[in-house]
Design a protein around this ligand. Structure first.
Ligand SMILES: Nc1ncnc2c1ncn2[C@@H]1O[C@H](COP(=O)(O)OP(=O)(O)OP(=O)(O)O)[C@@H](O)[C@H]1O
Length: 286
């Protein structure tokens, strides 16, 4: 559905934000996972044709997007990480305004706004100013505006950041609903969001694609090598500690080792976070 070939992006100050990025992404909900500064927003902005890459090709559904940016506008819905709103406009008026800017005719936009307000659960606040919305309501508004024009390709940059658990869950259901028969790219550094929502994940670190596959394929290389323990291994043992979290105040460590690393360690199922931390550690040590 989306094919990205050899994209590079260097900013004016010399930062090489995207290094020969190539990806083949299927339809459905796709997670773009990477730490702060990995290049996720740079890639999103490039895919949305909001900035030009130095080279490379982006093909969506047979359309070369760099050659035909106007075609992209017809099929793209974009929710940026931060978006401004006109302070005095109501939710409904702002959707109307954005629909006009997208060139949607009067009858279609009237229908779409009614259904999008219902989908995003904003009916009751349709006449309130978006500037007065809570973070969650604002993100739901962001999704409603991104869906105007029924786009086939949707880009969402960190849609759940800063939301409370209830709003996050509400947003997750909404994202699952809208990802049917569309390509939805969701950028985040929250591994749990990706595990909950995405069937395919692209892992981006320091501007490079480390891997891109379905979650099971990404985890498989670590199966049989992830161990859990509450006792820190000796610093000189060379055992790789992937993560250290706490449960009820007790430490919980996840270790990577091909053989049983310590007497108290238990073999556990690998998860996406293990793979993510494994790759981060590998990048740090190289
Ligand atoms: N306009 C710009 N000019 C110069 N450098 C930039 C610009 N935008 C981003 N960068 C740099 O490019 C790199 C990638 O940034 P980017 O915002 O794409 O990462 P990210 O993965 O989205 O990070 P975050 O999760 O923190 O939003 C960083 O080193 C960043 O400082």
């Amino acid at each position: 559905m989306l094919s990205v070939k050899n994209i590079n992006k260097k900013y004016a100050d010399g930062t090489h934000a995207l290094k020969d990025v190539s990806l083949n992404l299927p339809i459905g909900m796709i997670g773009l996972l990477g730490p702060n500064g990995a290049g996720k927003s740079s890639l999103m902005r490039t895919l949305a044709c909001l900035q030009t890459p130095d080279d490379g090709q982006i093909i969506f559904d047979g359309i070369d997007l760099r050659q035909n940016p106007n075609e992209l506008r017809k099929i793209l819905g974009y929710l940026p990480q931060y978006f401004g709103v006109y302070p005095h406009m109501s939710c409904q008026a702002l959707l109307e305004h954005m629909a006009i800017l997208k060139g949607i005719d009067k009858t279609t936009r009237a229908h779409q706004i009614v259904s999008l307000l219902a989908l995003t659960n904003l009916n009751d606040v349709a006449h309130k100013k978006v500037a007065t919305f809570s973070g969650g309501m604002r993100q739901r508004f962001g999704i409603a505006q991104a869906l105007l024009g029924d786009p086939k390709f949707i880009i969402m940059d960190e849609p759940t950041s800063g939301l409370d658990p209830v709003e996050r869950e509400r947003l997750h259901s909404l994202l699952v609903t809208i990802s049917k028969e569309k390509l939805v790219i969701l950028s985040t550094h929250i591994v749990e969001d990706i595990e909950n929502l995405c069937h395919h994940v692209a892992l981006l670190i320091k501007g490079e694609v480390i891997d891109s596959a379905d979650v099971k394929t990404l985890i498989t290389p670590l199966e049989g090598c992830i161990w859990q323990t509450h006792i820190e291994p000796d610093a000189n043992s060379g055992i790789q500690v992937l993560s250290k979290s706490y449960r009820f105040g007790e430490p919980c460590l996840r270790l990577y080792s091909k053989t049983k690393p310590t007497a108290n360690a238990t073999l556990v199922k690998a998860n996406l976070q293990d793979r993510y931390f494994f790759e981060l550690l590998a990048k740090e040590t190289h």
